[in-house]
Design a protein around this ligand. Structure first.
Ligand SMILES: [Zn+2]
Length: 155
């Protein structure tokens, strides 16, 4: 485990996405082989939480691009690590490209979660990081940052 490292991409991720005890417990359960596929029931059993609690955390991790869905027809929702997240496991740097300034994760090029500050577009992994960033910046910098609204299916 790498949870005691400070000021690293891992610590930045932890500070943004593992803010509740249940998120931390689920993350520890998931932090095994990166190619393993999980259902909420698997996670609930190993993390000693309810299926509902596990499901909520998995959905949230999916929404942030931490996990991806690998369902098969007729199966329950199945998740695995997004390959771009390997840096959390091997202690390397996140892959090159645009990074979320809050959590440090690589931001998908089609992310709908954008803000503009000082003429620069900033991308976020998820709405939760965007909201956190805006809260941190609002009122302290002029001009206030602007949330860019872009439909998910347009460039
Ligand atoms: Zn983020």
């Amino acid at each position: 485990m790498t949870s005691d490292r400070q000021d690293t991409p891992f610590a930045q991720f932890t500070g943004a996405h593992l803010t509740s005890e249940i998120q931390q417990v689920v993350f520890r359960v998931l932090a095994g082989p990166q190619d393993r596929v999980w259902t909420a029931t698997d996670v609930a059993r190993d993390a000693h939480v309810s299926d509902h609690e596990a499901d909520l955390v998995l959905r949230r991790f999916k929404a942030a691009g931490i996990l991806e869905r690998v369902d098969e027809p007729g199966s329950p929702r199945r998740y695995r690590w997004r390959p771009q997240m390997a840096y959390l496991h091997d202690g390397s740097e996140p892959p090159p490209g645009r990074h979320d300034p809050v959590c440090g994760m690589p931001v998908p090029t089609d992310s709908p979660h954008l803000a503009e500050y000082d003429g620069r577009e900033i991308g976020f992994c998820s709405l939760s990081c965007l909201v956190l960033w805006r809260r941190q910046h609002r009122g302290r910098q002029r001009p206030n940052p602007v949330i860019v609204r872009r439909p998910r299916n347009r460039q």
